[in-house]
Design a protein around this ligand. Sequence first.
Ligand code: GLN
Length: 480
Amino acid sequence: MEIARLTIPQILEGLRRRQFRAVELASQALRFAQAENPKTNAYLHFCPERAIAAARKVDEAVEQGQPLGPLAGVPVAVKDVILTKGVRTTAGSRLLANYIPPYDATAVVRLEEAGAVILGKTNCDEFAMGSSNENSAFGAVRNPVDPERVPGGSSGGSGAAVAQGTAVVALGSDTGGSIRQPASFCGVVGITPTYGRVSRYGLIAFASSLDRIGPFARNVRDAAVLLGVIAGRDERDATSAFAPVPDYTAQLEGGVRGVRVGLPREYFRDLSSETGERILRGVETLKKLGCEISDVSLPTTDYAIACYYILCTAEASSNLARYDGVRYTMRSKEASTLIDMYRNTRGEGFGAECKRRIMLGTYVLSAGYYDAYYLKAQKVRTLVARDFAQAFEKVDAIVAPVSPFPAFKLGEKIADPLEMYLSDIYTITGSLAGLPCMSVPCGRTASGLPVGMQILTRHFDELGMLRLAYAFEQAGGPEA
Ligand code: GLN
């Protein structure tokens, strides 16, 4: 059995026909993932007992002829910012190196109710801050396509695990691009659902008004299955939406003839030529499929990076205040007073990027600067959202690159935080506007590096986005 290539429908079919048992699949998947993991460092830890227990339940259901859940027996990886009861959850931080959550995130509960088998927790940038996974306290992740290169971040472990075949699908989180960018760098599908579509209950907070949980998969259909399972109102997250969740997989094949696709002019200016060339070829495929292509403009794009890095650091500085050495975290041994204990715990526990963002966030929220920075950035955020709203009066979907360049080398950008921030230019706008957005593989560069095409649609129109991605994938991507 080629675990590395299995799809969700193949797993369900195999279980129904009794070609294999879920427990067999789970133990093979665990063995395979553990053996392959040193190549990428995608997983931080495995949870074999939990995996086998979940698989056993699936086997019992098969034996008793009960209906199987949509993820029955499917080996899943979960980013280590998403809480798993009794299974260590670190957020890639030294501070939480030994944190064992007392409850599960809603997304995790829903996965297991659907029959999923969680294999383990994946590596990520500390508190999901980064674009390369190099900010993890537990070592960088290598891109399975080229081990000299980063897998993207912050959900680098989830992207790498799915690309490497050590999980069939995975959960990641996206605040400013952390699902789409690693999906693009690793050559897999990554979906950032509409803000509010998936409950954030049990997601370790980075910037609460931007954070979202979403799927990674090797094909659009599998990603759609996973999204259908985790989406929907949850009374434990007041920002989760009441919007009904359509049956995504049942409606994937509707075709895309007549769908109006907009290309934002501002996104095609500063691309590496190879990335631009791949995306434009992808657009040719959409044309052949019957989409109507036109230009749109998102004029506030130039301000998006500044706006995002004010808002996300402001929110982070507040969210990260809870890691004080009293609750959750490790505690510094070097302290004789309470204040020293706070200081030393945070000083020893947080990595450089978190400290940078806490300082920046505290600064932009401080009394003298609040109006000049935080409030101004909130207004710019509204303008970014308005740009999209105007574009969506003319078109049904927006197609753009995910990143200006493909996966870069480990160490290439880590010394220059500003350079690293600039790599988020095309993902951050969709994040600020709360729109559904995704990355779908769009061929490779001459040197074999994956390129991802970004698709954005109106709020809660994940179905329109998935249909476009599915039609594109089925047509053969940019090579159609
Ligand atoms: N790269 C962006 C950042 O560092 C996005 C991270 C994310 O989406 N979690 O903030």
